[in-house]
Write a protein that binds this ligand. Structure first.
Ligand SMILES: [Mn+2]
Length: 353
């Protein structure tokens, strides 16, 4: 799906002060895409501020080495301070719920809004959509924007965009990794992105708290539906007891579908604000976005999420019943399901959910 970048070029030509933002609980694609977009705008002589509804997880601090790029909405930046912003560029989301406490601000934003995204779920955000749901990452779309608008892949921009693409493709191992993905990555590495250093910063800075939480969560892994469902839970007490932080649950759900024979993996996480965050992953075609949609969430076919209002035990019961039903309704699985990955599969669940 090709995107017409002329509307973005026009907005850049006509305006000076840009706001760049992304979804709650930002991931590597969200933050790396912001680095790329802010870099492009600044190269064009624009005043770009990157203001997010969530704080930057410590894991991604290397994307903002000076600590001046990512600003936190609400604590560091009062909405009134953004009154001079002329254009809002919204990255890696297409649903109001993904803007969290910034949704009201964006709803009332008087200037043009641009959404650059690859998620299937879509609200009418009153925006110009620059969207390709076949894209492996929003970062890959920002790469196209930089090329289309004649920007430079500086060391900083290349680092952000390689991080974005690498994270949303599961480090180039999921089915959304295409030849073009690797060509783009090669270009970014040639531009100075140090793939080994990025990997080390992302994956080899675990805290003892996160590793203990992983251990406890996996020790509690359970299966259902003759081994086709694997699920685990993380309570607020688990996080406190192990010395982890809520963000340490990131990627834990991927272990559930790593169990041989599992079609659907589920992770239930008690939220500090109340409610349960559910992450879903599927490995042989069951539609996670549809399942999550039944709980008010959304995402991709192979990876999705939702927030459930009831306590943990009830959430588990309700979701397991729905997944059982979905498995019963589908055709029997292929004999070798792992050899037939679903096209367009991505591990980037509906971000923040
Ligand atoms: Mn993404």
């Amino acid at each position: 799906m090709s995107i017409d970048w002329i509307p973005l070029a026009d907005l850049i030509a006509m305006h000076d002060r840009f706001l760049v933002t992304t979804h709650v609980r930002p991931d590597g694609d969200a933050l790396g895409s912001e680095v790329g977009m802010a870099g492009l705008l600044r190269q064009k002589g624009k005043d770009a501020r990157v203001v997010n509804v969530s704080r930057t997880p410590p894991r991604y601090d290397f994307l903002d080495p000076s600590g001046t790029l990512f600003e936190h909405f609400g604590t560091q930046v009062h909405p009134a301070e953004l009154a001079d912003r002329e254009v809002a560029v919204i990255l890696d989301l297409s649903a109001w719920s993904q803007l969290g406490d910034m949704a009201g601000f964006i709803r009332d934003f008087p200037g043009p809004r641009v959404v650059i995204d690859h998620h299937v779920s879509q609200d009418d955000l009153g925006a110009i959509f620059m969207k390709d749901t076949a894209a492996e990452a929003t970062g890959a779309l920002v790469v196209r924007a930089v090329r289309a608008l004649g920007g430079q892949f500086t060391h900083e921009v290349a680092t952000g965009l390689l991080t974005a693409i690498a994270m949303d493709t599961g480090w180039f191992r999921h089915a959304n990794t295409r030849p073009e993905t690797l060509r783009t990555a090669a270009d970014l590495i040639e531009s100075g992105a140090a793939i080994d250093r990025i990997y080390r910063l992302l994956f080899e800075r675990n805290t003892i708290g996160r590793l203990r939480l992983m251990g406890e969560t996996l020790a509690g892994l359970r299966t259902a539906a003759d081994g086709r469902i694997a699920y685990a839970t993380v309570t607020r007490d688990d996080i406190a007891r192990t010395g982890a932080i809520p963000h340490d649950t990131e990627d834990l759900v991927d272990f559930t579908v790593s169990l041989n024979g599992v079609s659907v993996g589920l992770l239930f996480m008690e939220q500090a604000r109340g409610g349960i965050k559910l992450s879903l992953r599927s490995r042989d075609g069951l539609d996670c976005a549809r399942l999550a949609g039944g709980f008010g969430g959304g995402g991709h076919r192979a990876a999705a999420g939702a927030i459930l209002p009831e306590p943990l035990a009830e959430s588990v019961e309700r979701v397991l019943a729905a997944v059982h039903e979905a498995l019963a309704a589908e055709a029997p699985p292929a004999l070798h399901p792992t050899s037939t990955p679903h096209p367009g599969r991505s591990t980037s669940e509906l971000p923040g959910l």
